[in-house]
Design a protein around this ligand. Structure first.
Ligand code: NOJ
Length: 763
């Protein structure tokens, strides 16, 4: 017994003697010197709309923590100098900016990046983005957005990585690694957002309320945040929405119980723009003063643009409503972030000749645009260089005569998509510019549509012009979709059609008898089944950024084979939304749907044999998650397992299951397959989805050759959130994350709707 006591004392002494982390030591030293006003000052962020008279005294007195939206390095340094050299304690400013999918060089919108299923490329794009942004003095980006979004009406579906929890988690973590790098001093801090549930806004209407049961929150919406934080994200942002009746900016359950207590996160939690003051409109606080109380209680540490902290916190502490310990907890995390960015030792931006649009960045942007385009349909017209037999011999020439048209054929502004404040439109290469180059090189003959066009345009004379020009061409390349302003924040749509008279244009073009290739450049999935049916080939390219023109030219001409896969289900009609692959089976799955036209007139009501579907569509989407064609065909062999038992009992020799299959390229050109690993837990204590993504790879396979792909599954991959043992269904508060023994299906499949599963048992 005595020896145990000694051991205990020795251990305590050892822990006590551990030198304190130098950053924590410096935070303690600084906090001890700070006045209450200086502490509260750190909790505010201002943007340049503040006048010099308003902002500069605050900065010079050390009463401002962060500035926002200044990208002039000289101005950044001038303000930083004020904070560092004039304020009493010299605490530097955090300089923030929304750098979402590129700074000057623009990469595809995040939804397009997700379609690449290429984590290394997404990480590389973020790394190159950081290299550009820091040259302008930006040290903190409000990215990545990891809101799992299953409603394409919601405009911000463009900004995230689609409908799937696993894919979003992987993508978000890759972006964080890219922005922040692996050095101990972070160059550009990431800010994962919006915590949490924002994409669940009812009806796809931005900022709308959300109701998310705890288990679904943990199972579907929180894991991407955890993954981004585990990847090292230095900060996290609150969402605008209320969730189960409590706005995210006052949500103690999210921000304290989960973020701090469960996840032990020690980074910075910032509000969204005005989201603290928005709580008055939410109807949860009577005035700005009260919003400050509620947000501090929920440990929202920095106030972006509500002025609630700036104006009320000092009084609230002096009145004893908010404690100084609460303030200290917030300031600690703010200072920690500044130390992690190395700002105390190196606060200024090196002003050199900016190195934007470097060859490395342009190459990555082009590759990302190539990999993000998804070939949805091809009646054989693509790639163009293979299709000479389809051309008429109008011009008695070997090269196809191409009519290049549509509102996004030459639109340097819109092809960059939503959320890019620092792009340079004149550096953007459009499809028209890329095809002009091909014409110069003698690879095609080009007919151009005249005039400036936009996606919402309605014009009979435009249609007449298109019809006339199409008659002189062998093939029509139509670049349609949405202007960039139709997706992104607050840009929600009730109808997901091609805006304007694009559908009519497509039909008029098709009526000329010429093959029509439709390329869609949009910020979301559109419900365009009829347009797709009307044309000969469809590339779904999202808004692809600076280099999308050459990327699309390469894909269309066959220099590159498409390899994008859908990161989100494409519905046939808006009425099916939300529609996602990861659904439950229901008690009555749609095995033999009777569609609307098959119901006899005068049919009576009957009560047996009904199942879960829409009369118009059954339960089927237009295209499933993970779908995408290319210029070859792949044959997936049967799934082979290393064992039929995954044994998770302690000390087992085989805690991992190897899952593999052979993929054969059965066509005649090299292309990239994107095998996807799905599982299904056949019986759980809660109902389980019919499929869950657990892995993916990109495998390039030469024509006629085969490759074996192998994935590993562990017990952890099978775990899910359910009620803890002994807790009754419906009761709240006790959840467990674990795998339940029993049978599972596993697929390696080209998308979420295909493939044959193998079966194994978790012991
Ligand atoms: C509001 C948006 O919701 C958020 O994503 C963005 O980072 C902030 N505004 C700052 O611009």
């Amino acid at each position: 017994m005595k020896s145990r006591i000694f051991l205990f004392i020795a251990l305590v002494a050892m822990v006590g003697c551990q030198p304190k982390d130098p950053i924590e030591q410096r935070i303690d030293d600084l906090l001890a010197q700070m006045t209450l006003e200086e502490k509260i000052g750190q909790m505010n962020q201002l943007d340049p709309s503040w006048s010099a008279e308003e902002k500069e005294p605050l900065i010079a007195q050390g009463l401002m923590g962060s500035i926002f939206n200044i990208v002039d390095p000289q101005e950044v340094n001038r303000l930083q100098r004020m904070a560092v050299e004039e304020s009493r304690l010299g605490i530097p400013l955090l300089v923030a900016r929304d750098v979402i999918h590129g700074f000057r060089t623009i990469y595809p919108i995040p939804l397009g990046q997700a379609a690449t299923f290429d984590l290394a490329l997404v990480e590389e794009a973020a790394r190159l983005t950081a290299e550009e942004a820091v040259q302008a003095g930006v040290r903190w980006t409000f990215s990545p957005m990891v809101d799992v979004a299953r409603d394409p009406r919601w405009g911000r579906v463009a900004e995230g990585y689609g409908e799937d929890t696993y894919l979003t988690s992987q993508m978000g973590a890759a972006a964080v690694r890219g922005y922040q790098g692996s050095d101990s001093i972070v160059k550009l801090a990431a800010c994962v957002k919006h915590f949490a549930g924002y994409a669940v806004s009812e009806g796809g209407r931005d900022y709308n309320s959300t109701w998310i049961p705890e288990i679904q929150l943990r199972e579907t919406y929180l894991p991407p945040f955890k993954a981004a934080l585990d990847a090292g994200s230095l900060s996290i942002m609150c969402a605008f929405n209320d969730i189960n009746g409590v706005p995210a900016s006052a949500n103690k359950h999210l921000n304290v119980n989960i973020l701090r207590d469960e996840w032990q996160y020690d980074g910075l939690l910032v509000s969204d723009w005005g989201s603290i003051y928005n709580m008055v409109a939410h109807g949860i606080a009577t005035d700005r003063r009260e919003t400050a109380i509620q947000s501090v209680e929920a440990q929202v540490e920095m106030d972006m643009q509500s002025n609630a902290y700036l104006w009320y916190l000092k009084d609230l502490v002096e009145q004893g409503v908010v404690s100084e310990q609460q303030i200290d907890a917030c300031v600690r995390d703010i200072l920690r972030m500044k130390f992690r960015l190395g700002l105390f030792d190196n606060p200024y931006c090196e002003v050199e000749t900016p190195q934007y649009f470097q060859p490395e960045a342009l190459a990555a942007a082009q590759r990302a645009a190539e990999e993000s385009a998804v070939l949805l349909k091809n009646d054989g017209i693509l790639p163009l260089h293979n299709s000479t037999q389809l051309y008429t011999t109008l011009h008695n020439s070997k090269q196809p005569t191409v009519l290049l048209c549509g509102p996004l054929a030459h639109n340097q502004h819109d092809q960059n998509g939503t959320w890019c404040f620092d792009k340079v439109d004149s550096m953007t290469i459009t499809p028209l510019m890329a095809f002009r180059q091909l014409a110069k090189e003698g690879k095609i003959r080009l007919i151009e549509q005249k005039g400036k066009h936009w996606s919402r345009e309605v014009s009979q004379s435009n249609i007449a012009q298109l019809t006339r020009l199409a008659k002189q061409a062998d093939v029509v390349l139509y670049f349609g979709g949405e202007e960039s302003i139709l997706s992104g924040e607050a840009r929600c749509r009730a109808h997901l059609n091609l805006p304007g008279d694009q559908s009519e244009q497509l039909r008029a073009l098709k009526a000329t008898g010429k093959p029509v290739v439709l390329t869609v450049m949009a910020g979301r999935p559109l419900c365009i089944a009829d347009d797709i049916a009307a044309v000969d080939a469809v590339l779904y390219a999202f808004h692809g950024g600076t280099m999308q023109g050459p990327a699309l030219a390469n894909l269309i001409m066959g220099e590159v084979a498409p390899s994008g896969r859908l990161p989100i289900t494409f519905p046939q009609a808006e009425g099916q939304i939300p529609l996602y692959y990861n659904k439950k089976n229901t008690g009555r799955p749609a095995d033999h749907p009777v569609l609307i036209d098959d119901i006899p007139v005068g049919a009576g009501q009957f009560s047996i044999g009904e199942s879960s579907y829409w009369l118009e569509y059954g339960d089927q989407p237009l295209y499933p998650f993970g779908y995408g064609l290319t210029y070859t065909t792949f044959e997936y062999g049967s799934v082979v397992l290393s064992d039929t038992i995954l044994d998770s009992t302690p000390y087992t020799l085989h805690p991992t299951l190897q899952v593999s299959c052979i993929i054969k390229n059965t066509g005649n050109r090299t292309a990239t397959a994107v095998p996807q690993l799905y599982i299904r837990d056949l019986v759980g204590s809660l109902t389980r989805p019919i499929r869950e993504l657990k892995g993916f790879q990109r495998v390039t396979i030469p024509a006629g050759e085969s490759r074996t792909v192998t994935f590993e599954l562990t017990e952890e991959d099978l775990a899910y959130w359910h009620l803890a043992e002994g807790v009754t269904l419906g009761a709240d508060g006790a959840y467990a994350h674990s795998a339940e023994p029993g049978d599972f299906h596993v697929w390696i499949a080209p998308n979420a709707a295909e493939g044959q599963p193998a079966k194994f048992t978790l012991k």
